[in-house]
Structures are given as structure tokens and as C-alpha cells.
Design a protein around this ligand. Structure first.
Ligand SMILES: Nc1nc2c(ncn2[C@@H]2O[C@H](COP(=O)(O)OP(=O)(O)OP(=O)(O)O)[C@@H](O)[C@H]2O)c(=O)[nH]1
Ligand SMILES: [Mg+2]
Length: 301
């Protein structure tokens, strides 16, 4: 340690020492170099850090070359990644949440490579990735770091601290999924729920085995995605079919543009029923901001 090292340096050094993956080592070494005091007597020390960094970068490059031929995962749209300790039930959850059928088994480290599934919430789609467990040599912190939302799967709240150190660099949202709730009594579950609440843990209690809580989890996932579903209806008919999926805060205009493809001036009148309306069948303008589950009716010239 160089003399006069500040707390930021010390923290980076601690993270560096705790890092497992080469990627994380590189990240924290860079931070150490940035935060190290720059004075005459720390020159040698800095040079040593830079040599170490160079070695790790070479190692990472070699690994990247080696893995090139392998099928990688292309991030498509919104991406959720399941992270947790081995045997916590990530793969069974993936099969509950998506169309994927990954291998599920009671022995440890069953999942050896990332598995992909498609989450489909009433037409709103997202990618869900089941990752090899933390502690597995196939754990991929690259995927964790770039995920839009992590689903942190635990069998008890104490595991969260351990998982935390593997997900620090992710800047997205996190949902804690307390799995295997079928193993607990209602009284125990109430206590767990209270503890989550008092610790301000954003999460949900589920059982991948029985399916309990999976709908609630799906709703939370949908909420995190920042999308809304808007249903279209023709005058004098019931709303039917798949919803149109739009970004939160989309306006009536955005729907019109999608349907009339640049001819939204054809729209004479818009009627709206749903959460964004003051009353059913309200007359709204093109600049009206929509909410999830709105039903829109266009009258054209
Ligand atoms: N009782 C109960 N068992 C579960 C539940 N979810 C998963 N399991 C069981 O836990 C074991 C591990 O499940 P997996 O889905 O393979 O766990 P994983 O997190 O993918 O673990 P690895 O890939 O092996 O690291 C299996 O025997 C599952 O049947 C649950 O909600 N309740
Ligand atoms: Mg698995």
C-alpha cells in the first residue's frame, strides 16, 4: 500500500483482492491506479500496478480469443439475468418464467452454461438468462454487469450478502426472489416478508416448485421494463387481440403513428377508456399521455 492512500483507494484495493474474475480484477486495478496518490515515493508502486494490469489484460484477451468460436449471447431487447448460489432454483424458475426447459437437478452446479428463455407478459417480451451459479467457473460476470435487471435468487436472506459481491458492477435494477417458499410455514413466511420490508429489499417470495408467487414476480418484471400495453378498439366493437407495446409515457400520437404510418392527420377523434382517462370513453387529443391497459379508439375521416 502506498503512503497517504485515501479511502477510495483502500476500497478499490479491497474489491480487487476479493475479485474472482479477471474482468473484475481489471476493473478494480484500474480504479486503484486512478485513486492511488501520485507522488515521488509512489512511482514504483504505480509502475508495479500497471504491470499487473497489463498481465490481466493479456489474460483476458487470450480468454476472449479462446471463447470466440463458442456461441455467445446476443442481448435482445430487455434482459433479465438470474443470479444466485447453486441449487437455489434458478433453472426451475427459468422454466416457470419462460418457454425454456433447462436441466434442473438436486446436485450442485447443474447449469454449466447460460440458458436463454423468452419471457412473454401478454405480448411484452424480454430475454431471461439462467446463469451458472456464483462460485462456478462458468459464472459470467460480463453478462451480469450488462443486464438490465438482475433476479437475485435466494433460499434465505443471509445469502444476499455473498451474492452482492458478484453483482456490484451492475447498474440496472435488482429484484430479490426468495425461492422455495413451500418449505416454510405461513408464520415463517410472514416473518421473512417483514424482514424484507424493514430492510427495504425490493423482492418477492415465490416457489418455483408450486408456482406460488410467480405471477407476482412476472408483474414486477413487467413493471421494471418500463413498458405499457395499449389495446385498440374499433368504434362500436369490443377491444380485442394482442396489445400494442409502447414505452412508458407514450402518447396517443405514438399509437396513431404506428397504425396510420405517418397519416395520423387522418385521425378525427380519439376516445379513451382506462387508467389514464378521467371517465370512460373520454375524448382525448393526440398529446394525451397513455397508461398501461388503456383502450384507445380512433375515428378517422
Ligand atoms: N422445494 C422446492 N425445491 C425447489 C424449488 N425450486 C427448485 N427446487 C429444487 O432445488 C434443486 C435445484 O434447482 P435448480 O433449478 O437446478 O437450481 P439452480 O439454481 O439452477 O442450481 P445449479 O444450476 O445446479 O447451480 C432441484 O432439486 C429443484 O427441484 C422450490 O421452489 N421448492
Ligand atoms: Mg441451474
Amino acid at each position: 500500500m502506498p503512503i497517504n492512500a485515501g479511502p477510495e483507494y483502500l476500497n478499490a484495493e479491497k474489491e480487487y483482492l476479493n475479485s474472482v474474475s479477471v474482468e473484475d480484477k481489471i476493473y478494480w486495478l484500474e480504479e486503484m491506479i486512478k485513486k492511488a496518490p501520485k507522488h515521488k515515493s509512489s512511482e514504483n508502486f504505480l509502475a508495479e500496478l500497471k504491470t499487473r494490469l497489463k498481465k490481466f489484460r493479456e489474460k483476458a484477451e487470450k480468454a476472449a480469443k479462446k471463447s470466440k468460436g463458442k456461441k455467445g449471447i446476443r442481448k435482445e431487447g430487455f434482459q433479465f439475468v438470474l443470479v444466485g448460489k447453486t441449487n437455489s432454483g434458478k433453472s426451475l424458475l427459468l422454466s416457470r418464467l419462460t418457454n425454456a426447459l433447462p436441466k434442473v437437478a438436486s446436485y450442485h452446479f447443474t447449469t454449466l452454461k447460460p440458458e436463454i428463455g423468452t419471457f412473454d407478459f401478454d405480448g411484452v417480451k424480454a430475454q431471461v438468462i439462467d446463469l451458472p451459479s456464483i462460485g462456478s467457473e462458468n459464472f459470467d460476470s460480463g453478462i451480469v454487469n450488462t443486464a438490465d435487471c438482475l433476479l437475485i435468487v435466494v433460499e434465505n436472506l443471509e445469502d444476499m450478502a455473498e451474492i452482492d459481491s458478484f453483482v456490484k458492477r451492475n447498474r440496472g435494477k435488482k429484484i430479490v426472489v426468495f425461492n422455495k417458499s413451500d418449505k416454510f410455514s405461513d408464520v415463517e413466511l410472514r416473518k421473512i416478508r417483514e424482514r424484507m420490508k424493514s430492510r427495504k429489499i425490493e423482492g418477492v417470495i415465490v416457489s418455483a416448485m408450486t408456482g406460488r408467487g410467480v405471477d407476482e414476480l412476472s408483474m414486477m418484471m413487467f413493471g421494471v421494463m418500463g413498458m405499457i400495453r395499449v389495446y385498440l378498439k374499433e368504434p362500436g366493437r369490443e377491444a380485442k387481440g394482442e396489445p400494442m407495446v409502447l414505452n412508458e409515457r407514450a402518447k396517443v400520437k405514438d399509437v396513431a403513428e404506428k397504425i396510420f404510418k405517418g397519416f395520423s392527420e387522418k385521425v378525427k377523434e380519439v376516445r379513451l377508456t382506462g387508467p389514464s382517462g378521467k371517465f370512460p370513453n373520454q375524448k382525448v387529443g393526440l398529446n394525451h399521455e397513455l397508461k398501461d391497459k388503456d383502450v384507445v379508439e380512433f375515428h378517422v375521416r
